[in-house]
Design a protein around this ligand. Structure first.
Ligand code: FE
Ligand code: FE
Length: 204
């Protein structure tokens, strides 16, 4: 049924966020478990506790407005959670995985920030002031988490990921290091010996 009024649109948004939060309360433990960095693990675990409180606040807001929050599936969050699960399935604890987990977690947070921001503005416009404060509280926690994740990425995790000793993809080695054994007078023959694109794969 199409949405035909602002109250209906607000209701739709609140149900959508409620579903998103519910899905996140199940997804965040997996992200926290997969994280290796203790600060990242802690940040996600703390946000899980906040998320559970946010669900209660949403239930309170919906109750005040006479809305039943359950019964809808937020497909946007479903997609993001599926993406998280997909990546985590193959991830082993490592600085690279930590960097990836931050990116995934921030997708969640940005989605939530967008959802709260939108419904708060709808409610303001509709003169529906009751409940706004609780929603703003939720949004502030999402923003704080997003900021903390950025801070963790920028202060250490991205650097650790870059420095991490994971096997690098095969690169074409420079002629000086790659042909050390046959360095004597080999420069002329370089072009022919390097013809195969796989010729230098074993060079580290
Ligand atoms: Fe949330
Ligand atoms: Fe969140």
């Amino acid at each position: 049924m199409p949405i035909q009024s602002m109250p209906e649109l607000i209701e739709e948004c609140l149900k959508d966020i409620y579903s998103a939060e519910k899905q996140l309360s199940k997804a965040l433990p997996k992200l926290a478990k997969a994280a290796q960095n203790p600060r990242l693990k802690e940040a996600i675990t703390n946000h899980l506790a906040e998320t559970n409180e946010q669900i209660k606040r949403l239930e309170q807001v919906c109750k005040q407005m006479g809305i039943k929050p359950s019964g809808m599936l937020c497909k946007g969050m479903q997609g993001i959670v599926e993406e998280c699960n997909e990546h985590l399935k193959e991830a082993k604890p490592s600085p690279i995985a930590d960097a990836m987990i931050i990116g995934l977690a921030q997708k969640n947070e940005h989605y939530e920030i967008c959802g709260y921001g939108t419904v708060i503005e709808y409610m303001k416009a509709a003169g529906q002031t009751e409940g706004i404060e609780l929603l703003q509280q939720n949004m502030a926690e999402e923003e704080k988490t997003d900021k903390l994740l950025s801070e963790l990425a920028e202060s250490e995790i991205n650097r650790l990921a870059v420095e991490s000793p994971m096997p690098a993809p095969a690169k074409k080695a420079s002629s000086s290091s790659g042909k050390a054994k046959s360095a004597s007078g080999a420069s002329k023959s370089k072009a022919s010996s390097d013809k195969s694109p796989r010729g230098k794969v074993s060079v580290r």
